[in-house]
Design a protein around this ligand. Structure first.
Ligand SMILES: [Zn+2]
Length: 325
């Protein structure tokens, strides 16, 4: 059995081969979640991710596979596990291989949390795979964000920027918890509607339905991240709002100067370096492949600190099958 990266993560065993998060739609593949760099048509995915796919891509198709329900796909036994990254996100178990996709052991308001499980081979994402990548306590950051927002609302509308799928809906849920009025543009509302269809309680209005008078009210506007850098014409009426940006990268970069913002909050839907190490240790794998972003650094640290064989997922297939060992 071998694993490699070829326009997606590929697990191969003899003549059997399965693609995970392929760049292009592929029948018999598996899709971990609805972020654009993982999303394609034609594969197996959770019912939530399938509906996100249909909302994001008009001709999106796929096969719904609920969490924790084994299915035979391309000759392998495939099971999807909660990944805690976004609504519908899944880790993919293929026989005794576990591919994490993007994941978060801390979970979120709109999804569960990723739990480690034993596997022979772990293929783990390395987005925050550098030892210096450390997030402050998630609950503290959430409280800081809500407190800042409440304070600013006394002065007028507040615009909070974040990625339009996952982060934006998580922000709606957080603001709902604090009983603050929320409005979002249609592109965020269309995706939030899918959450609601699946039983996640989110309350928001559409900016397209607000009257000119209502737009002046103190309210939280949750908008795509790029909107707070430069407002599109359709939202020019938001120009006086106080602004904040929410992303895990705020723990490393100061966007307040470069983007001229009032505040930033390091809230991430990924685990940080310590989470990646702890998760790996608890899965007790015999071999680890790291993938995406800081794969080389994470593999090095897994070997050094955990004494487990680890290397970045190779970009090409080997000629002969290499045993996982
Ligand atoms: Zn993602």
């Amino acid at each position: 059995m071998q694993a490699f990266y070829e326009r997606g993560v590929v697990v191969q065993d003899g003549k059997r081969e399965i693609a995970l998060d392929p760049k292009r739609g592929r029948k018999g593949s598996v899709v971990s979640h609805g972020h654009m760099d993982h999303l394609s048509s034609g594969g197996y995915m959770t019912p939530g991710t399938l509906d996100i796919l249909k909302a994001r891509r008009k001709r999106g198709t796929g096969t719904a596979l609920p969490y924790d329900t084994p299915a035979e796909v391309e000759g392998f036994q495939v099971t999807l596990r909660e990944a805690g990254h976004t609504f519908g996100s899944a880790m993919v178990r293929v026989d005794d291989v576990l591919y994490t996709g993007d994941f978060n052991p801390e979970g979120g308001v709109t999804c569960g949390r990723a739990e480690p499980e034993w596997c022979q081979t772990l293929i783990i994402e390395a987005t925050y795979g550098r030892p210096s990548f450390h997030f402050p306590d998630k609950r503290d950051t959430e409280s800081d964000l809500v407190a800042w927002t409440e304070l600013q609302l006394a002065r007028g509308p507040v615009a909070i920027g974040g990625y339009e799928f996952g982060k934006a809906q998580e922000l709606i849920a957080l603001m709902n918890r604090a009983k603050l009025d929320v409005a979002v543009p249609d592109r965020i509302a269309d995706l939030a509607d899918v959450y609601r269809q699946h039983g996640v309680s989110l309350n928001y209005r559409r900016t397209s339905e607000l009257t000119e008078e209502e737009r002046k009210d103190p309210r939280v506007y949750i908008v795509p991240g790029r909107w707070i850098r430069m407002l599109p014409d359709e939202a020019s009426w938001l120009s006086g709002a106080r602004t904040a940006y929410v992303s895990g990268w705020c723990t490393i970069y100061d966007f307040t100067r470069s983007m001229n913002l009032d505040a930033q909050f390091p809230l991430s839907d990924h685990g940080d370096f310590d989470d990646l190490m702890e998760f790996t240790a608890h899965c007790r794998p015999r071999r680890v492949y790291t993938v995406f972003s800081h794969a080389t650094e994470l593999a090095k640290e897994i070997v050094r600190r955990l004494k487990i064989k680890a290397e970045p997922l190779a970009a090409t297939r080997r000629k002969e099958d290499a045993l996982f060992g």
